[in-house]
Ligand binder design. Structure first.
Ligand code: GUN
Ligand code: ZN
Length: 429
């Protein structure tokens, strides 16, 4: 692999921005460069300096005036739901039963899974998403297809075979034992192979018996380095039914805590309707509340309470939740997240949004030593963004003077058209 010197306007985050003008939270070089060698970033900073320290024969790729950033990270998405997006339903449970649990049955078929694994990663990369944490279907073969394709493309992907043993069509259920066994073999076959990470994936409390959550807890104890992903408090009817199924639990969060699943490795999709007690328990455990704004609006689930979650010290992330979500684009997702906080009377500065979609999501996945920044030593998953990608954006950009304003234009008007180049482990895709 020839070393590459990517020249452009370089942006990388250092910490969560505390205000709209928190310049200490990021580094930005107007005439910057990123040096890529053997799939990793070996230097980033001012072009003149990085150029001086580049090896002889380096390939110079000039992306000016585009913005070079770490690739977007989508920490909650459903691989088998590409054909579920844009399905008309009144609420979460109707949407699951009418469309989702029907569509996911098709992933019993290996050829179907293989076809959609290709389509899925094609779409993510088109959108500048270089890492995702994905739910596969209940079928072990869907996880095999997912990881086989991720390996072929040298992508850093997190995925898990969904565990679900009740309250779903028979063809879409496993058992506590088979879900344990299948997850074990997915881990043995794929975790640590290439850049793959396997996640323990009990779908949610409604579709898992207590025995299955127990099995998930056992997996979490046996593999403390693995991420865990599930859904929490997305919809009021879901919460009421969960409390009927788990009457001994204090609240929905306690259902997972009782089974040893509320840990620092846990990604809690949605986490909308939470009491103070639940937020405290989640904060203490170090679990992550994953905001899925387009999905929460689309399914009418509710408005994520970012301000309260932050006040309680809960770690956060932002994700598309395709197919409940209505866009694969993290830019579109940041826009909807901003609007939800507007409705809640809470300011969400664009730099905090862009931190969240990159470094913040990497921290949520515990992978910031590999992805989410342009720090030397990390994997070279890099995107080049164009804030003037459409005529309307170009006109708006004529009056933009600061980086913060430019990021706001990108999140408000941008989509896949703003993603002009994507590098995966240093290779252009
Ligand atoms: N809760 C349980 N399964 C799902 C799912 O597939 N999508 C969403 N949005 N919520 C869920
Ligand atoms: Zn989901």
């Amino acid at each position: 692999m020839t070393p590459k010197l990517l020249r452009g306007r370089v942006l990388s985050f250092k910490s969560r921005p505390q205000a709209r003008d928190d310049h200490a939270s990021y580094v930005y070089e107007e005439d910057g460069a990123v040096l890529v060698e053997n799939g990793r970033i070996s230097a980033a900073g001012r072009y003149a300096e990085v150029r001086l320290n580049s090896p002889i024969g380096v390939e110079l790729i000039d992306h000016r005036p585009l913005l070079l950033m770490a690739g977007f990270i989508d920490p909650h998405i459903h691989f088998p739901q590409m054909q579920v997006t844009a399905s008309y339903a009144a609420n979460l449970l109707e949407w699951l039963n009418t469309y989702t649990f029907v569509e996911e049955q098709r992933f019993a078929d290996a050829a179907h899974s293989a076809r959609f694994a290709k389509l899925f990663f094609d779409e993510l990369l088109r959108q500048g998403t270089t890492t995702a944490a994905a739910y596969c279907s209940v079928h072990k073969g869907s996880a095999d297809a997912f990881f086989a394709e991720a390996t072929r493309r040298n992508l850093l992907m997190v995925g898990g075979k969904v565990m679900m043993d009740r309250n779903a069509p028979l063809a879409l259920t496993d058992t506590a034992q088979s879900s344990y066994d299948d997850t074990k073999s997915v881990i043995a076959d794929w975790h640590g192979k290439g850049r793959n990470h396997v996640a323990i994936t009990p779908r949610f409390a409604i579709t898992s018996s207590p025995a299955q959550l127990e099995a998930a807890g056992t997996l979490a104890r046996e593999h403390p380095d693995l991420l865990i992903q599930t859904h929490l408090s997305e919809n009021n009817a879901e919460i009421a039914y969960t409390m009927e199924l788990y009457p001994e639990a204090r609240d929905y969060t306690d259902v997972y805590a009782r089974h040893g699943l509320l840990t620092r490795k846990m990604l809690l999709g949605h986490a909308i309707h939470l009491s103070d007690r639940e937020m405290d328990a989640i904060a203490e455990a170090g679990s992550v509340a994953v905001h899925c704004p387009t999905s929460n609006l689309f399914l009418g689930s509710g408005l994520f309470d970012l301000k309260r979650l932050k006040e309680h010290g809960v770690r956060t992330a932002i994700a598309t939740d395709i197919g409940g979500g209505s866009s694969y684009s993290l830019l579109r997702t940041l826009d909807e997240a901003y609007k939800i906080q507007q409705l809640r009377g809470h300011r969400l500065p664009p730099i905090e949004n862009f931190w969240q979609a990159t470094r913040g999501n990497a921290e949520a996945l515990g992978l910031v030593d590999r992805i989410g920044t342009l720090d030397p030593g990390t994997d070279a998953d890099i995107i080049a963004l164009d804030a003037s990608a459409t005529p309307a954006m170009a006109i708006r950009m004529e009056t933009v003077e600061t980086l913060e304003e430019e990021l706001f234009v990108l999140q408000t008007l941008g989509d896949d058209r703003s993603v002009r180049q994507v590098y995966v482990a240093g290779e252009a895709v």
